[in-house]
Design a protein around this ligand. Sequence first.
Ligand SMILES: Nc1ncnc2c1ncn2[C@@H]1O[C@H](COP(=O)(O)OP(=O)(O)O)[C@@H](O)[C@H]1O
Ligand SMILES: [Mg+2]
Length: 497
Amino acid sequence: MKYVRHKFVKGEAMKTKLAIPDAASLILSLRSVGYTLETAIADIVDNSITAKATEICIDVKWNNDFSYISICDNGFGMNEEDLHQAMKIGSKNPMDQRGHDDLGRFGMGLKTAAFSLCKRLTVGSKLAGTESMSVRVWDIDNIVDSNRWELFDGSATLAWQDASKRLINYNQGTIVVMEKLDRFITENYSDQAIGRFWQRIAEMEKHLSMVFHRFLSGAQAIRIFINGKRVEPWDPFMRQSLATQEFREEYVECNGRNIRIHAFILPHHSKMSISEFDEAGGINGWMEQQGFYVYRNKRLIVPGTWFKMLRKNEPSQLARIQLDLTADMDFEWKIDVKKSSAAPPSILRENIRRIARIAQEASRKVYYFRGAVINQKTRDEDNEAIWEQAIIRGRMFFRLNRDHALLKEVCSELSDGSAKKLSAYMKMVEGFAPMNVSLTGPVSSESDHAEELVNSAVKFCYDLIEVGYSSSEALSKVLQISIYEGMSDVIKSKLKL
Ligand SMILES: Nc1ncnc2c1ncn2[C@@H]1O[C@H](COP(=O)(O)OP(=O)(O)O)[C@@H](O)[C@H]1O
Ligand SMILES: [Mg+2]
């Protein structure tokens, strides 16, 4: 639905009064939009990628009060006028159409990301074929003192002199320098604090290798360096591993545009070395990193989510699904200024939920049975499955497939007595199988089939008694089975022993 602007009623005379935001208070509140070091640096790197940079050098210098972080690229740069415009808060209209590979949106990223870490932001830029560099500086101390949006057109700080050398070596490009890092360096200058500073830089490196992994590999790979060390791509889908299974790509349509979805099931841990397993777990660990990976113009914005539709749980942790959005879908998907969250439009929810369920199921199969093949099966292959699954009292329960061809053949050759013994034994295998006993979390108390469940427990007791167990042995075995948890009184009362 589109909203229309209200028109004045004819003859109604209204005047407008200017209400200009107070520079000092606005700039201070913009510092707290919720960026972290990682998301702030990634947002600045976005601008370099949009400017077609092939090399981005991030330099981090520790020097007590004079520490700085700089990001220098060899992209197409800006002239003085464009740079001046780029430094304004809200330099672009979010409603403007963006290029298909533009990673920006709100015209805020550069400034809000920088101010969430520092009080002084200097940007220098130069175009190809020009010797001179244009410079603009925001200094929050100055904005607060003067309460005016005043930009400096040059800088003479030691940090700037040191950092800007990088851009001098490039034919074209842009450098962003952040000084007075009051929001990043919040501790004293003890050895431990310095250690933590470098620890966070190492975490930032991992974040960049994750969110930009699709730019960091392939023939046209962009090179990102942190203090001279190249950032390597981290592929969430372990495509280089032969044991990774992939579903066919799928396209879901939304308002005339296609969203590409590609699900992967990562290998069972027995197929990986310990270091591969740790590495594939990613920054947040296996549990957290399952689900949809939302990319906007190839840049990862959400590393693993089920969009609050399904829970993250251990057996589904091998499922990771690539979901590709383009910049013209920002509003439908509620992309935020920090580009760190997204939510599917309601018309897509059912489709997304269906894909999520299939992937979770496939992950469970591989998780419990190393090497299970999840690709679509033919009818005949269905009867080859050893296990089948059922949801009982909110928990996944695995049963032996009674239609397995070999099992059927064996049963047909057995006497009645032996067939009963085998059946009782199979029920115990199911009841005590590690994947059925190791399920954690409460079984749901309400069940539509409670009566049926109690009857099955009672029948199981009788079966065990028939093949030679004493009644107390039979009862105690049955009561140990997880799906009958909390039902012992009803079961006992129904058993006529
Ligand atoms: N590294 C860069 N190279 C070239 N242009 C840049 C660079 N960084 C920022 N800009 C310009 O500044 C503008 C504002 O950037 P930003 O505040 O991040 O907002 P957005 O990326 O949403 O447009 C960009 O649209 C771009 O025109
Ligand atoms: Mg930007």
